[in-house]
Design a protein around this ligand. Structure first.
Ligand SMILES: Nc1ncnc2c1ncn2[C@@H]1O[C@H](COP(=O)(O)OP(=O)(O)OP(=O)(O)O)[C@@H](O)[C@H]1O
Length: 191
């Protein structure tokens, strides 16, 4: 598979330059971790690749026709829907049992009838992660997906995420080097 290529990508908001001639090759079929200090444009880069922002100059190739899925920094759940219905929003073909089994793997028990608004922060996060993972996708964007999870839950959620992302194209934004190493065996891009 051809890599996704960024060449001299520039992006500013008003007078503020966020990405200055950023170039990189992102291999397909594996997880790549993106690391940079706060405010250096990681989320902006993901939003550009998702088609939610336009570059000012430079070019990007290799994204054509790829089906995208994402975990944003916010959970973006439908508050009045339960986890099953939230997950079905991105993939209506999933059966109740398939979703329930996946929820159990993420240690989400006995909450399938509760509205998202009634779930704890960590439970909401796991539903958001599961919804993105169980969608149909060619490329998955993970923007600090495990933030706010306790150490044990994070370990379990990362294990499930790693399994469902194996040999697939994933871009992970994180500030945690150990997380980057665990998720992306060799692919770390920083700026
Ligand atoms: N729509 C927008 N309008 C104006 N400024 C924006 C917009 N989106 C992002 N910015 C600015 O661009 C800069 C980079 O933001 P971005 O969220 O991409 O950084 P980041 O590297 O992901 O940061 P963090 O690690 O803190 O999440 C910030 O200064 C932010 O305020």
């Amino acid at each position: 598979m051809e890599p996704i290529v960024l060449y001299k990508v520039c992006k500013s908001f008003d007078e503020k330059t966020v990405l200055q001639e950023l170039s990189m090759n992102i291999p397909q079929g594996e997880t790549t971790a993106l690391m940079a200090s706060s405010g250096q444009g990681k989320t902006t880069l993901l939003r550009i690749l998702m088609g939610l922002e336009q570059v000012d100059s430079g070019y990007i190739s290799g994204m054509e026709g790829l089906q995208k899925s994402a975990v944003f920094q916010e959970d973006r759940l439908c508050e009045n829907l339960n986890p099953i219905a939230n997950i079905r929003l991105t993939n209506p073909s999933l059966s109740y049992i398939q979703i329930l089994e996946a929820m159990h793997e993420m240690k989400l028990f006995d909450c399938e009838h509760q509205a998202a608004a009634e779930l704890s922060g960590g439970m909401r996060r796991r539903v958001a992660i599961l919804r993105a993972l169980l969608a149909e996708w060619d490329i998955l964007f993970l923007d600090e997906p495990f933030k706010g999870l306790d150490a044990e839950t994070k370990r379990q959620v990362m294990a499930v995420t790693c399994r469902l992302c194996r040999e697939r194209t994933v871009l992970l934004v994180t500030h945690d080097l150990s997380e980057a190493k665990a998720m992306a065996a060799s692919g770390l891009i920083s700026w």
